[in-house]
Ligand binder design. Structure first.
Ligand code: 6PG
Length: 249
């Protein structure tokens, strides 16, 4: 189980994004001060775009961008210019608008037609950057995650092979329903983080959020249930619409 689990319900999506931006900014300043650098893995999809925008506008001058290092918790198997690219979304919303050295941005080489090779290359870049002890897993300061309506997170989709991965850090995960590979962090990396923060917004996520947080549905069916940082914080930042299916705690 995580050392701590917190569920914060924000009234509106805007307040949710502001809370998410505040969480990242606070963690970045603290990590840069305490450890000289801040490492974060970004989530993709559409929800976090507004959070990234807020960081690029409200925190452009107040964060130690030169000591912040950005990775991606998952990526679609497309080039970085593709409309579906998580890198493209984060780059447009934030990374291209802040004074961060390009060397601090670790993009998944998802343009490689061989998804397994792309995953292997990305795993090597994690190992090179973190230089973990043998058998140890890289520890991110923050990993941002979203929640799909089917209960997936990162690119850990229900019933897919990546859910069983216990040793690799990054894999190419075949997702039948999209007829494509996704490149994704595995659960060992997610569960090694100092802080995992889910950002969940909208009524379309209410059934999945209720299933993940309050039902005894199987984790295979709702992979977000498998995310419990062993020595880290687990924070669910949700808006009222997404939380509408939750029984009052
Ligand atoms: C991705 C994400 C994925 C996302 C959820 C929610 O590559 O799409 O990493 O896990 O967080 O699918 O997506 P939305 O924010 O678009 O609802």
């Amino acid at each position: 189980m995580s050392s701590s689990v917190e569920i914060r319900t924000l009234t509106t999506p805007q307040e949710l994004f502001e809370a998410g931006a505040e969480l990242v900014a606070h963690a970045a300043k603290e990590a840069a001060e305490e450890r000289g650098r801040f490492t974060i893995a970004l989530s993709g999809g559409s929800t976090p775009r507004s959070l990234y925008n807020l960081l690029a506008t409200n925190a452009r001058t107040s964060l130690p961008w030169d000591r912040m290092f950005f990775f991606f918790g998952d990526e679609r198997h497309v080039p970085p210019t593709d409309k579906d690219s998580n890198f493209r979304m984060a780059n447009e919303a934030m990374l291209s608008k802040v004074p961060i050295p390009q060397a601090n941005i670790f993009r998944v080489p998802a343009e490689n037609p061989d998804a397994a090779a792309a995953a292997e290359a990305y795993e090597q870049s994690l190992l090179k950057f973190f230089s973990p002890e043998p058998g140890q897993v890289p520890v991110f300061d923050v990993i941002l995650l979203g929640l799909g309506p089917d209960g997936h997170t990162a690119s850990l989709f229900p019933g897919t092979a990546a859910l069983q991965e216990k040793s690799r850090l990054v894999v190419a995960n075949w997702v039948e329903k999209f007829n494509t590979h996704r490149i994704t962090f595995t659960l060992p990396v997610l569960n090694a983080a100092r802080c995992v923060a889910f950002l969940v917004s909208g009524t379309d996520k209410a059934p999945a959020l209720e299933a993940v947080l309050q039902s005894n549905a199987s984790a295979e069916q709702y992979p977000a249930k498998l995310v419990h940082p062993a020595n880290g914080k687990l924070i669910w930042l949700v808006d009222r619409a997404a939380a509408s299916g939750l029984a009052a705690a």
